[in-house]
Write a protein that binds this ligand. Structure first.
Ligand SMILES: [Zn+2]
Length: 71
């Protein structure tokens, strides 16, 4: 399983980790200017990437509840 980190470029919400099967990832708007998806990563790398990005916005990061209830 690969993981992707979703960055809200406006810093409006937390940085979230999604898995590759997640509908939010599969249906993402590739032209969106407000969201950037990073990856694919293994889970540990996704986690450090999420930590790094969240620091930038002084936000928290978390596992997205849509797909990551059992990481
Ligand atoms: Zn998800």
């Amino acid at each position: 399983m690969a993981y992707f980190v979703c960055e809200d470029l406006k810093g409006a919400s937390e940085v979230k980790i999604h898995d590759e099967d997640c509908g939010h990832f599969k249906n993402r708007d590739v032209d969106a200017e407000t969201m950037e998806w990073h990856g694919p990563f293994d889970y540990d790398t996704a986690k450090s990437e999420a930590e790094r990005l969240s620091m930038k916005y002084k936000k928290d990061w978390r596992n997205a509840e849509c797909c990551m209830t059992n990481p």
